[in-house]
Design a protein around this ligand. Structure first.
Ligand SMILES: [Zn+2]
Length: 377
């Protein structure tokens, strides 16, 4: 008893009182009731105020519509340039990204990219690397490599895969500049299936409109596993490079495969852009499994959407429509990830209960993981 501190002694005394006879009636103390602990999960009311970052958007315009909606809904944005023929020319994408970055440097972040034009010829990597260094000077935080590597670009008649050693000097430069490589390699597994066997309508629509990328129609092209293997070889060969696998690393159809990828590559994260319906497809079949995946890998998953605003949608009505769509996508995803509320998801024709992820997990996947993956602070 000698070693009892003052604080503990207080406890001992009250214990003595309690044991020493009938305790006096406690005075009613409604005002002193302890404050209820904050709920373990967020609600729809918390959507706007929680700090959030959409790690995968394409602001291909100079106008303010996208930024206005991001401000309204409390989002920061990672706008990504891509060497995609459906998008404006790379120079125009870069100019649009810089305009957005300068308009709100605290809210807009930029991922630049590079062209494969001239690949295999002497000086290609030097030229690309000089451009990337200049972009880093101008504020770029990441570099995107797209599925044209592996699916379209050829040298000497052969497809160029990501693990081609001639791409390595560019990866080394990205790393030495302190940037992150965002890789969209391959496609969802649905891409290798006939349209009527695909699991989601969004994939069905995309591949119907883009038959050149629908690999089921091109059996002479590399298989799904060939694409994944080339990407994995590349990530394994650059263990010091921060890598973000866009679109759940093209492993969207099975959370176990995403888990295995993240286990194998500690320098890798994945973003969820344009693949939420694939996750929902799995969670309507086994909600606990998907929920446990999010909790276990809460440090490695980045929230993202693939929301895109192109200059051909620059009329006032189209901008207003885009804002409604962005708000709709963002609030639907929040409902699914942060709350237990159920909602109908038309592209998988199912009612999908929310995952109700703990607040701490939401804070990570919506902001902290991106801040770390892209060295934003
Ligand atoms: Zn994208």
């Amino acid at each position: 008893m000698k070693r009892i501190s003052g604080l503990l002694l207080g406890g001992a005394i009250s214990l003595l009182v309690a044991c020493g006879g009938p305790a006096p009636e406690p005075a009613p103390t409604p005002a002193a009731a302890p404050k209820p602990a904050p709920p373990a999960t967020y609600s729809m009311e918390d959507f706007k105020s929680v700090r959030k970052l959409d790690a995968h958007v394409h602001m291909n315009v100079v106008g303010p519509a996208f930024l206005e909606q991001a401000r309204e809904d409390g989002f920061e944005l990672m706008t990504i340039n891509v060497d995609y023929p459906d998008f404006p020319k790379l120079a125009d994408q870069r100019a649009a990204a810089l305009t957005q970055l300068h308009a709100d440097p605290a809210r807009v972040h930029w991922a630049t990219t590079f062209s494969m034009q001239g690949f295999g010829k002497p000086g290609w990597a030097d030229k690309v690397n000089a451009t990337l260094a200049a972009d880093a000077q101008q504020g770029a935080k990441a570099v995107k490599v797209w599925k044209n590597v592996g699916m379209k670009e050829r040298f000497g008649g052969k497809l160029v895969m990501l693990d081609d050693p001639r791409i390595s000097p560019v990866a080394d430069k990205v790393q030495s500049l302190g940037l992150t490589l965002i890789g969209h390699l391959g496609e969802p597994q649905n891409c290798w299936l006939p349209l009527d066997q695909m699991t989601t309508d969004n994939d069905r629509e995309y591949f119907k409109e883009h038959p050149q990328y629908h690999m089921y129609l091109h059996p002479e092209m590399p298989s799904y596993e060939d694409q994944i293997k080339a990407r994995d070889n590349f990530v394994a060969a650059h263990p010091g490079l921060r890598f973000v696998g866009a679109h759940l690393g093209s492993l969207e159809y099975d959370v176990d495969r995403i888990a295995a990828f993240l286990d194998r590559f500690p320098n890798a994260n994945v973003d969820m852009a344009a693949r939420m319906s694939q996750v929902q497809y799995q969670s309507v079949r086994d909600r606990e499994k998907v929920r446990n995946f999010f909790i276990k890998y809460q440090d490695r998953l980045l929230y993202g959407t693939d929301l895109t605003l192109n200059p051909d949608a620059a009329s006032t009505e189209q901008e207003a429509e885009f804002k409604r769509e962005a708000h709709d996508v963002w609030t639907r995803d929040w409902r699914y990830l942060a709350t237990a509320e159920s909602q109908h998801v038309e592209v998988i024709k199912a009612d999908v209960p929310g995952l109700a992820l703990p607040r701490e997990v939401i804070d990570r996947i919506y902001y902290r993981n991106s801040a770390r993956a892209f060295s934003l602070n």
